[in-house]
Write a protein that binds this ligand. Structure first.
Ligand SMILES: [Zn+2]
Length: 457
């Protein structure tokens, strides 16, 4: 005689929880297990998702759907934990049923969207749960407004430049650098320079987006004003400033001016077609330009040169030639045409060129993520949500993932035809530097003005 296997699916909240947790993990699991025993079901595994917000991640829910063939039924803790908004509740219940599982709730019994009265009950409870969520949100919101009025931030400030509610000296320095730099250089370049210097973005990634910089420049937090609340009821309180109001005003004005000029013939961005995508073929550092000057005959003149030749940058490179803008553009365009016409050249340009350090950083981040996962699983074991056997399974999975990360990658092979189509399209529809950036192509200028390309696969 085989016993029917069931899974338990629980959701525990991260936020919105103060004091004893009425729907806490332990009590939910207890109820679900008791219910399973009553139905004669054997619980094979407990899946737990942490709710971080309404649009919380549902990693374990996805896992459960994948594992569904192994079970005949799933038992939920309390229904309002399935999801706290109505459409999502239906979607999740529907997905479980589509996966062939019978769905029970420890509190409400069988849930079946095919059965009218059960579906109705489910709907009503979902609506009630949703109302409850909105009520809690509203109460929290009111509390936060009051907090700001009394001179404290509603939540711990964790913006870039801050850490755990305190100004972070190192990041704050970068904030000031960004505000100053944007006065003389465009968003694309500054984003590029930050990545170049290994400064991680506000979301912790090696690449910065222009929008992140724009947002930063307009965030009153940096001039020492913490704001909170919806439109019409905004409240603010002073906090430590990272940049002066003067500086912020200047940078904002510059962004406005540049936005107006963008795309207009003669605008800097239109003229410097290779800005941000050229590197020195000798030392690998960024190739930058002299300011664009307009001559009496209306011609615009600028020169590209390796930044590492500057004394301010340590003068570490001997590649001191200044290349006239229009000539370098011609050589680069011609070279690009040649590249696009030859599969051999294309494959040859694909190097193991994800910058080693950047790659290392990515691997490091992945390893840390695995460590964090492992800590969560150990936590799950401590509170009895999983068995030691399940913990061992996770250990094996994590070990495998670690091993895969530590393998040295081989030089990638790309689909030349697809790549060529993509690049051809980008070159035809975007300014040259944006097209090259989108295609992952770096232009290398070698001594004597020879140009080669490097492709990020
Ligand atoms: Zn150089």
């Amino acid at each position: 005689m085989s016993v029917l296997q069931a899974a338990i699916y629980l959701r525990v909240s991260g936020r919105f929880q103060a004091g004893p947790d009425r729907f806490g993990l332990a009590s939910q699991e207890h109820d679900a297990r008791t219910y399973a025993a009553r139905l004669g079901l054997q619980v094979a595994r407990v899946y737990v998702d942490q709710i971080t917000g309404v649009s919380s991640d549902r990693v374990q829910f996805q896992q459960l759907l994948q594992d569904a063939p192994a079970y005949s039924a799933v038992i939920l803790g309390v229904q309002d934990r399935l999801a706290r908004d109505v459409p999502l509740s239906y979607a999740m219940l529907g997905a479980l049923q589509d996966a062939g599982l019978k769905v029970y709730s420890a509190g409400e019994g069988a849930l079946d969207l095919e059965d009218d009265s059960s579906a109705l009950g489910f709907g009503i409870r979902a609506v009630i749960a949703d109302q409850e969520r909105r009520r809690i949100t509203k109460r929290m919101y009111g509390g936060m407004l009051a907090k700001v009025r009394s001179g404290r931030p509603a939540r711990t400030i964790n913006a870039f430049g801050w850490r755990d509610g305190q100004v972070d000296p190192e990041q704050a320095q970068w904030v000031r650098w960004i505000f100053e730099r944007l006065e003389s250089t465009g968003l694309t370049n500054v984003a590029y320079e930050l990545a170049e210097r290994g400064v991680l973005s506000p979301t912790g990634l090696p690449q910065w987006r222009r929008a992140q910089l724009v947002k930063m420049v307009h965030n009153p937090l940096y001039i020492g004003r913490y704001e909170f609340g919806r439109k019409g009821e905004r409240v603010s309180t002073p906090v430590e400033a990272i940049v002066s109001e003067e500086q912020a005003r200047r940078t904002q004005a510059m962004l406005r001016t540049r936005r107006k000029e963008q795309g207009r013939p003669g605008a800097k961005t239109a003229v410097l077609q290779l800005q941000g995508v050229v590197r020195c073929g000798e030392c690998g550092r960024v190739v930058t330009t002299t300011p664009v000057r307009v001559r009496a005959d209306g011609r615009q003149v600028a020169y590209y040169f390796c930044r590492a030749t500057l004394r301010a940058e340590g003068a570490t490179c001997d590649h001191r030639t200044y290349y006239r803008m229009d000539l370098l553009h011609d050589v680069a365009r011609e070279g690009l045409q040649q590249l696009l016409s030859s599969p051999t050249l294309i494959q040859g340009a694909v190097e193991d060129l994800t910058l080693p350090e950047q790659q290392q950083r990515r691997v490091q981040a992945d390893l840390e993520r695995l460590d964090a996962q492992w800590e969560r699983w150990k936590g799950a074991l401590r509170i009895g949500a999983i068995t030691p056997e399940e913990l061992a399974t996770e250990r094996r999975r994590i070990d495998q993932a670690r091993a895969a990360l530590l393998v040295t990658p081989e030089r990638p092979v790309i689909d030349v035809q697809a790549w060529r189509d993509r690049v051809g399209h980008a070159v035809a529809s975007l300014p040259l530097n944006e097209a090259l950036r989108a295609a992952g192509i770096t232009v290398l200028v070698h001594t004597g003005g020879r140009v080669t390309f490097r492709i990020r696969a």
